[in-house]
Design a protein around this ligand. Structure first.
Ligand SMILES: [Zn+2]
Length: 405
């Protein structure tokens, strides 16, 4: 399978959306079922047996040459952010299928399992990595009880999709899995700026995600004098500009308020309540945690000055993750054997590899993101870079085969 066909498949899957005017595909939503149908066909055509686990991950197994528990996992996610591009996540799954397809039925001394994770972005339930957490045995009762905007819990969503939450333990990694590899677009401008097609990921930055709620008093916008208002949005706005200023002044810190829920949300009512998201990332966990604490303290201080209350809830607190040194070296050899320069780099974005790394050696290969654009419909990928990733992937399989034979 050539790069053009992989790209076409990504574009085909990008049509499967919950919204009419763009791509949105969340955990166990109706278009996810259509996507499973197509991916299953492609996996089976490449010689894999397919199944959907209790967390809605589609898993394709390509058997080994001899009876052995040794298994290599290759995967990425197939859920998306709202108004997403066609390649974030999905490309990694299609590259994995293409690598198996390229074996043409030839068996390796280990089996290969391709995983299409049901949730990485965390859009529907405000908690990311639901799919990979199931493999790590970390989809716990608190997560299963989380509810979406319609009040449906993760557990109920699993049942509604026709799956059985009681079978979640069976979704866990099998004992013989020796490594997890993920191909993913870089989602940033670094590789493009260096003129390189591929990047070997050495570490993944830690991540804090919270919601901060400002509570004031909703009231008539015409009759309430300015000095007697308790405007939750005015307080939130002051805090948000401070978040931006603080992050700019702190080296390598990325802090974002990306979503605001303003209530009641009418032009003639003073906002009584604002819920703001806060996303904080830094390669150093201590700096990330210290910065988050400072920003929350600022929220409380600014709120008090505006006569409103501020409180928060933490949704994600993930430590920075180092990729497995042996796998990083193997990926480096593979990229080099395929004839491409080896560039090692950290990932600023979170990925399923972070969760798998709790249990097994994990590493990632980035593909250049043209224009550095991702989480946007203009997200794309160069066909030549997809060819490079395929060649590196094939070289990696050959390297692992040699060392395991
Ligand atoms: Zn992604």
């Amino acid at each position: 399978m050539r790069a053009g066909e992989i790209i076409d498949r990504c574009r085909t899957l990008a049509v499967l959306s919950e919204i009419p005017d763009g791509l949105l595909r969340t955990f166990l939503s109706p278009p996810m079922r259509q996507l499973h149908g197509l991916l299953r066909e492609w996996m089976e055509a490449a010689g894999m047996r397919t199944a959907i686990d209790a967390a809605g991950n589609l898993r394709g197994l390509y058997p080994s040459s001899a009876e052995t528990p040794r298994r290599l996992l290759i995967g990425s996610h197939v859920d998306t952010v709202p108004y997403a591009g066609a390649f974030d996540g999905v490309l990694g799954v299609l590259l994995a299928i293409a690598l198996v397809d390229a074996l043409g039925g030839r068996r390796l001394p280990f089996s290969i399992e391709v995983v299409a994770f049901s949730d990485e972005e965390g859009i529907r339930f405000g908690a990311p990595f639901l799919g990979s957490r199931a493999l790590a045995g970390a989809l716990d009762a608190a997560l299963l009880g989380r509810r979406d905007a319609d009040g449906i819990s993760v557990e109920e969503a699993i049942r509604a999709f026709g799956l059985d939450p009681a079978a979640l333990p069976e979704a866990r990694l099998s004992r013989g899995v020796f490594a997890y590899i993920e191909f993913h677009i870089e989602q940033g401008p670094v590789l493009e700026s260096l003129g390189l097609p591929l990047g070997v990921v050495t570490s993944i930055a830690g991540l804090s995600r919270l919601s901060v709620t400002f509570r004031g008093q909703a009231n008539h916008a015409g009759t309430t004098p300015m000095h007697l208002r308790r405007d939750a949005l005015a307080a939130a706005a002051r805090w948000i500009s401070l978040v931006d200023r603080y992050a700019r002044a702190t080296p390598r810190l990325a802090a974002t308020v990306g979503a605001l829920d303003v209530r009641p949300g009418a032009a003639n009512i003073i906002p009584g309540e604002v819920r703001a998201s806060l996303d904080v990332r830094h390669p150093d966990d201590a700096v990330r945690q210290r910065s988050t604490a400072v920003l929350l303290d600022d929220a409380r201080r600014i709120a008090a000055r505006c006569g409103v209350a501020a409180e928060w809830q933490s949704h994600v607190d993930l430590a920075a993750t180092a990729c497995d040194p042996w796998l990083v070296a193997a990926l480096g050899r593979a990229v080099s054997a395929a004839g491409y320069p080896v560039h090692r780099m950290p990932s600023g974005a979170g990925h399923d590899a972070m969760i798998l790394a709790w249990r097994i050696p994990a590493a990632m290969l980035f593909l250049r993101s043209p224009g550095g654009i991702s989480h946007h419909p203009d997200e794309t990928v160069h066909a030549a870079d997809v060819e490079a990733a395929l060649a590196a992937g094939a070289a990696l399989l050959a390297d692992l085969e040699q060392r395991q034979a």
